[in-house]
Design a protein around this ligand. Structure first.
Ligand code: NAD
Length: 260
């Protein structure tokens, strides 16, 4: 006996797909059968990923998006729906971080992080959510197949860590945003959940692991290891699927036990 999740016929919109977790989420959802819309600012990188996904027999589309620009969000979502179809799955993944002590954070640093991680994630979810709501309300009772929004927060949104205070604050905002959206949209068949990864080796932190501080941090982790992007594959597929219809407003840590 086996258990499978099939996302064929579903359209997934992934932000920050040009590297790291976003690129991996896109590859994984495409392998599960979804048509994936790859969005980020670095279009050339997205084209490379599209070629890779198409090479594996997947269906991928590239659209430029800067999540700090609400007009860019509106036009990318509209473009995706025209070119590919109604969005069933949103992976709200784009994010940035800086490292400094809280007393050294400038207004510019603060805005940089909050504009992307909190404000950007909110308006992407709002734009996609509005369209999901319209579909839910326009469908005959019981026929809407459901929307899925996965907000990529962080275990730093659950536990404060030194030198990334503002990042942690922005991800705590994503956690609470997830609950607020889940509360208002759940009854329309739109499930909104937060994924809180622990340390995963990607572009955002790759330089850090070879430094003395990075090594020290790794030794503090419960199993003294940093994750790989593919460690989140199963969760992202599950949260994107119809099978997760009973999971709404959940905040799921995938951090090898670090937030305990
Ligand atoms: P990454 O730097 O490789 O990916 C971040 C992506 O977001 C990039 O593709 C980047 O271009 C994109 N992005 C940044 N600003 C953007 C903007 N204004 N508009 C559109 N796209 C933008 O890092 P990652 O580790 O893959 O991070 C992905 C998400 O996972 C982020 O939200 C991050 O905070 C979160 N996260 C990462 C870790 C980790 O250890 N790697 C842990 C917890 C949470």
């Amino acid at each position: 006996m086996s258990y499978t999740i099939d996302l064929s016929g579903r359209v997934a919109f992934i932000t920050g797909a040009s590297s790291g977790l976003g690129a991996q989420f896109a590859r994984t959802l495409a392998r599960a059968g979804a048509a994936v819309v790859l969005t980020a600012r670095r279009v050339e990188k997205l084209k490379g990923l599209r070629a890779q996904i198409e090479g594996e027999g997947g269906d991928a589309h590239v659209i430029a998006l800067d999540v700090t620009d609400v007009d860019s969000i509106k036009s990318a979502v509209a473009h995706a729906e025209t070119e590919v179809g109604s969005i069933d799955i949103l992976v709200n993944n784009a994010g940035v971080s800086t490292t400094q002590r809280v007393q050294d954070v400038s207004e510019e640093d603060f805005d940089y992080i909050f504009d992307t991680n909190a404000k950007g994630a909110f308006f992407v979810a709002q734009e996609v959510g509005k369209r999901m709501l319209a579909r839910a309300q326009g469908s005959a009772p019981g026929t809407y197949t459901g929307g899925r929004i996965i907000n990529v927060a962080s275990m730093a949104g659950l536990r404060a860590l030194p030198q990334i205070g503002v990042y942690a604050m922005s991800k705590a905002a994503v956690v609470q945003m997830t609950k607020a959206l889940a509360l208002e949209w759940g009854r329309f068949g739109i499930n909104v959940n937060a994924l809180c990864p622990g340390y995963i080796d990607t572009e955002i932190n790759h330089h850090h692991w070879s430094t003395e501080q990075g090594q020290k941090l790794m030794n503090m982790l419960p199993r003294r290891r940093v994750g790989k992007p593919e460690d989140l594959d199963a969760l992202v597929v599950l949260l994107s699927s119809a099978q997760s219809h009973f999971v709404n407003g959940a905040v799921i840590a995938a951090d090898d036990g670090f937030a305990i």
